[in-house]
Design a binder for this molecule. Structure first.
Ligand code: SPV
Ligand code: MG
Length: 553
């Protein structure tokens, strides 16, 4: 529904319409977030935001631009304060065309002389003649294109001290001319004037008020008086001036650190700016020469056989472990970003609320306790598109490993390390890989990006077959990930109650179980051999070592 129709609908429904002053997209959005019915594009606020008096110092196009920005930022109707119409009835006809075309739901026009001065400024409050203002209303109603657009006539007779009788006389003339509502303005510090006006009014058009100087009036009273709309005209900008002053004074007196609790986090501003939506759009529309690579980090699992880390992991998931000033997950995501990998989804389960670093998407695996790694991967099915890298969350890796991996072309690649014999006492079920060809041994090996053919994967390979350890990093080509998903769905139907790899069923299967299954189906899984560029965090010793290896922050 267009916004003018929406506003009309609000006028035809029960209850008082509440709209709030704003001056830009951000403040308009805050009004919408607080569930008000509409935005008041306040001339006072827009002028103040330019640091000029509310006295028609700005031009019509500046007010229109501000109102359009507000309108684009929200889905609720915007009522634009158009002062006296920025000139005579010719200017009014022009502004109505422009404001209506910009999607503004209604305009208010006030019956003062151009240029106006804000109603609360004592002194010059000159009224236009009734005839002149009626001409403006007629011009406005004649210029509008759709029936829904509203023209609200604002009476300044009480502001100018001309009394109730004059106000009522003018109100009737404006309604005769076609005004869709009457805004009766008063600067008294009690509601007395608007109460008297409302009691004398015949309601040939609905009434609107701006209770800035008489805030004690309650919505119940407003309702009882039959007033249809209230405008909270400028409380937002006044609050922001107070808050900014407080923070700046504190920074000056105490330093930047003192104001943390007085300001919102950057993330809140990002949200208001629409950054999350932009990121979603980027995924779909931002194409580049290089094929984008999706990364999935598997961080759902609860601690398992990790006695030495148990006191730490009682409260946090492993990916949150602080590695020299930064969570493990954040270090890994920064490494991925350095490798130009920006699409990362993290699968969460155990203590999921603590996994909240910025710059990644989160996918929850509610069954992380009863199911296993393969299920976690498939929780991310909607993002498993194109070239995909899957990473365990309990390793720390460097960029060279990722750069090597992402340049490879094979459909299924697992990264393996054959320097694992020393670590066999790691109190962990190692995921082992046997390759058809012998892997090179020794500290100084030159393998370039040679890939080896995987013959078998699992935790229980016979000793003579064991060649290397799977490090928890795998890559799938665009075709590979499609095969992965397709075969998973077939396996899901078939292996609900029978073993898959070394797992009792598909729900309890690991990535390695499933890769072994793919090998058995005849797919060619390749191994990339590395002897450096990664470390696991499985024990407290690993953790201390990792902290000693990376630079602080
Ligand atoms: C505005 O907010 O610009 C108004 C209301 O017109 S008042 O300041 O009360 O005149
Ligand atoms: Mg105004």
């Amino acid at each position: 529904m267009n916004k003018a129709k929406r506003l009309r609908e609000l006028f035809s429904r029960e209850g008082v319409i509440k709209i709030v002053g704003a001056h830009d997209g951000l403040t308009a959005k805050l009004v919408e977030h607080h569930d008000f019915d509409g935005v008041w594009a306040s001339g006072f606020e827009v002028s103040a935001s330019h640091a000029v008096p509310d006295a028609n110092i700005l031009t019509m196009t500046q007010y229109l631009e501000a109102a359009s920005i507000m309108n684009e930022a929200v889905s609720i109707p915007v009522v634009a304060d158009c002062d006296t119409g920025y000139g005579n009835s010719n200017n009014v006809a022009h502004l109505v065309k422009k404001y209506e075309a910009a999607g503004i739901a209604a305009v208010t026009l006030e019956d003062k002389k151009f240029p106006k001065v804000n109603s609360y400024i004592p002194g010059r409050q000159e009224l236009a003649s009734t005839a002149e203002f009626v001409g403006k209303i007629l011009a406005a109603k004649n210029a509008q294109q759709s029936d829904a657009f509203m023209v609200i006539a604002r009476l300044e007779a009480l502001i100018a001290g001309w009394g109730q009788e004059e106000a009522l006389r003018r109100a009737h003339a404006y309604v005769e001319a076609g005004a869709d509502a009457i805004l009766i303005h008063s600067k008294q510090t009690t509601p007395i004037e608007v109460v008297q006006f409302a009691q004398a009014w015949d309601f040939s058009a609905p009434l609107v008020i701006i209770p800035t100087s008489y805030p004690m009036i309650t919505l119940d009273e407003v309702n009882r008086l039959g007033i249809k709309m209230v405008i909270y005209a400028n409380q937002g900008i006044r609050a922001s001036i107070k808050a900014i002053n407080k923070v700046l004074a504190k920074i000056k007196a105490e330093g930047l650190h003192a104001v943390n609790d007085d300001i919102v986090p950057m993330s809140e501003v990002f949200k208001l700016q629409g950054m999350p939506e932009m990121k979603e759009h980027e995924k779909i529309f931002l194409t580049s020469e290089e094929e984008p690579v999706q990364v999935v980090i598997l961080a759902a699992g609860a601690p398992r056989n990790q006695e030495s880390l148990e006191p730490l992991l009682r409260d946090i998931p492993l990916a949150c472990l602080d590695i020299n000033g930064k969570p493990l997950l954040q270090r890994n995501v920064e490494t991925l970003n350095k490798c130009k990998l920006y699409r990362t989804s993290v699968v969460r389960g155990y203590k999921k609320e603590l996994l909240n670093i910025e710059g990644v998407d989160y996918i929850d695996n509610p069954k992380y306790q009863s199911e296993h790694v393969l299920s976690s991967i498939m929780c991310a099915e909607s993002v498993l598109r194109g070239k995909t890298i899957i990473l365990y969350a309990d390793i720390l890796f460097d960029g060279s490993l990722i750069d090597r991996l992402k340049s490879l072309e094979a459909d299924f690649v697992v990264v393996v390390d054959n320097s694992f014999s020393k670590s066999l006492q790691r109190n962990k079920k190692l995921e082992l890989v046997a390759t058809k060809e012998a892997l090179p041994r020794g500290d100084r090996v030159l393998t370039y990006d040679r890939l080896y053919n995987v013959e078998r994967m699992g935790c229980q390979l016979p000793d003579e077959r064991t060649c290397a350890e799977f490090i928890g990093v795998a890559m799938f080509s665009k075709k590979g990930i499609e095969i992965f998903k397709r075969e998973y769905h077939k396996a899901y139907a078939e292996y609900r109650d029978k073993p898959l790899g070394e797992a009792p069923n598909v729900l309890r299967a690991t990535l390695v179980d499933f890769l072994q299954y793919l090998i058995e189906l005849g797919y060619n899984v390749k191994a990339l051999q590395v002897n450096s560029g990664w470390m696991e965090i499985h024990t407290f010793e690993n953790y201390k070592y990792a902290c000693s290896m990376v630079s602080a922050i």
